[in-house]
Design a protein around this ligand. Structure first.
Ligand code: GLU
Length: 447
């Protein structure tokens, strides 16, 4: 396999799909050497097949807003790869959503799900619907209209959507209600991230953030360090950032920054429980701003308009917001300020030049598909509980999540340790995730 040749072909065909091409390029570059040790992969054209989604559904979503006006959005589901299990992955509601973004996310999801050790294929979906500023009733009507199309292509053994940016417990509730009405069966296994009264798993809301911190802890331990007392900067204030702030604080770290599209909140002494709880209130305002945080905690925090979390001095940086949120200039600022560990929690949160800067400086860096896999892993645990018609205690779920994150970390170390001892977590995660899917595809023939 020649990564450059495959990329050139994809670039010709999908020149508009920047995020998709970026995600594929990163994986191909890191697996090329290992892949070429397997002539059987080459013969079966595994890599040429794995980069293309198995199926894409694209549909129109029409709904009526509170003023009585008709609104039209695009809806999608990308069923990327089903070699190791049914398609599994979230739904994103954000104005930027298009096929490039969903193909990148579905591709990443395939390898992430493979890393979790659970039998889940990769999928992703969503809409360009913007939930910011919408009323509950508008969100409900949109979710119902979206599910009116989606329900035919999902199922507990075929494709299991969940949340992502813009889709949380409220949206999953509205979508599940509509699914149940259309399908006429109480089939909880069809969506994950459900409410705990009707089939949801304990710890699922916290799982992405908790898992990210468990991974970070293992990464620091491997380097002979401990998270206790370290300064942590976190971007975002959504569900993932909230879980990360909660666990980082529990583990004795100081969360010195959170951020939103409007700027950063600097918290020199670190967050306390009241502040962490307030993140949920901030999110619930549906305004997508963090400025009110500094008004609520004026003596302990400061709002700096237009700045990112990376402008605040920290030991560990945890991007928890959006793809490509860390640019090369941000990476340089972090390095200048002495940051020595970056765990990407958002999917593809760092631009390629930023990753290169971290790796060149030989600081610890781990990619999203390993660090944030605790979310989908706990979705997998929710599916198991649904299939068995039981629910586990929070401790049981948390213990399993912890051991899954440890095994993901171990897989990264196994496949990513370079001759000079540096652990290239990007390479490790990509090779470990890829190998399992590639072998499964080989076993299942040309389909
Ligand atoms: N959207 C999350 C992710 O990027 C979770 C997906 C899921 O739980 O299925 O992995």
């Amino acid at each position: 396999m020649k990564a450059a040749k495959i990329m050139a072909d994809l670039e010709k065909k999908y020149s508009q799909e920047k995020e998709y091409l970026q995600a594929v390029q990163e994986v191909l570059e890191s697996i090329e050497e290992e892949y070429n040790k397997h002539p059987e992969f080459e013969k079966a054209k595994i890599v040429e097949r794995i980069v293309i989604p198995e199926r894409i559904f694209s549909f129109k979503v029409v709904w009526v807003d509170d003023k009585g006006e008709i609104q039209i959005n695009n809806g999608y589901r990308v069923q990327f790869n089903s070699a190791i299990g049914p398609y599994k992955g979230g739904l994103r509601f954000h104005p930027s959503v298009n096929l490039s973004i969903l193909k990148f996310l579905g591709f990443e999801q395939t390898f992430k799900n493979s890393l979790t050790t659970l039998p889940m294929g990769g999928g992703k979906g969503g809409s360009d619907f913007d939930p910011v500023g919408k009323s509950d009733n508008e969100v409900m009507r949109f979710c119902q209209a979206f599910m009116l199309e989606l329900w035919r292509v999902i199922g507990k053994d075929t494709d299991i959507p969940a949340g992502d940016i813009g889709v949380g417990g409220r949206e999953i509730g509205f979508m599940y209600g509509m699914y149940k009405k259309l399908a006429r069966e109480y089939n909880t296994g069809v969506l994950t991230g459900k409410g705990q009264l009707w089939g949801g798993s304990l710890i699922r809301p916290e799982a992405t953030g908790f898992g990210a911190l468990y991974f970070t802890q293992h990464m620091l331990h491997k380097a002979g360090k401990d998270i206790k007392g370290l300064k942590v900067a976190i971007s975002g204030f959504g569900n993932v950032a909230w879980g990360a702030c909660t666990k980082a604080t529990q583990l004795g770290a100081k969360v010195v920054a959170i951020s939103g599209p409007d700027g950063v909140i600097s918290i020199p002494e670190g967050m306390n429980q009241n502040m962490i709880d307030f993140m949920l209130d901030l999110r619930a305002t549906n305004q997508n701003i963090v400025a009110p945080f500094a008004k609520k905690f004026p003596s302990e925090s400061k709002f700096i308009a237009g700045k990112k979390a990376w402008s605040v001095k920290c030991d560990v940086a945890l991007p928890c917001a959006y793809q490509n949120e860390v640019a090369e200039a941000d990476a340089k600022e972090l390095l200048k300020n002495g940051t020595w560990a970056v765990a990407e929690v958002s999917n593809m949160g760092c631009q390629p030049a930023a990753i290169e800067a971290f790796q060149k400086a030989k600081i610890l860096f781990a990619p999203g598909k390993a660090v944030n896999a605790g979310g989908v892993a706990t979705s997998g645990l929710e599916m198991t509980q649904n299939a068995e018609h039981i629910s586990w205690t929070a401790k049981e779920v948390d213990d399993r999540l912890h051991s899954i994150m440890e095994s993901i970390h171990n897989a990264c170390v196994e496949y990513g340790t370079e001759k000079n001892g540096y652990i290239n977590y990007v390479k490790g995660a990509n090779i470990a995730g890829f190998m399992k899917v590639a072998h499964a595809m080989l076993d299942q023939g040309v389909i």
